[in-house]
Write a protein of this length. Structure first.
Length: 78
């Protein structure tokens, strides 16, 4: 029986496009981290620094996901 492993390409797209709200973290089953990102993004959305910082972190994470080895990806997220 195959395990349901999240796609690294979907995770990368979510991180790059919606990294500010942490949706990629929830997709990768890091629910507590994703919830914290979402709450911080909502509560501090009136600032400029926090959303831009979260977006930049998401962008960097998304790009890094694309360079992960398939075997390591499956090992980490299975």
């Amino acid at each position: 029986m195959a395990k349901n492993i999240p796609s690294k390409y979907t995770a990368a797209a979510l991180a790059i496009l919606l990294g500010t709200i942490g949706l990629h973290q929830i997709y990768l089953r890091n629910n507590s981290t994703g919830a914290v990102w979402l709450i911080v993004a909502i509560l501090l959305s009136w600032t400029v620094v926090v959303p831009v910082t979260l977006a930049m972190i998401g962008l960097l994470q998304g790009i890094s996901y694309l360079f992960w080895n398939e075997a390591e990806w499956e090992k980490r997220f299975s």
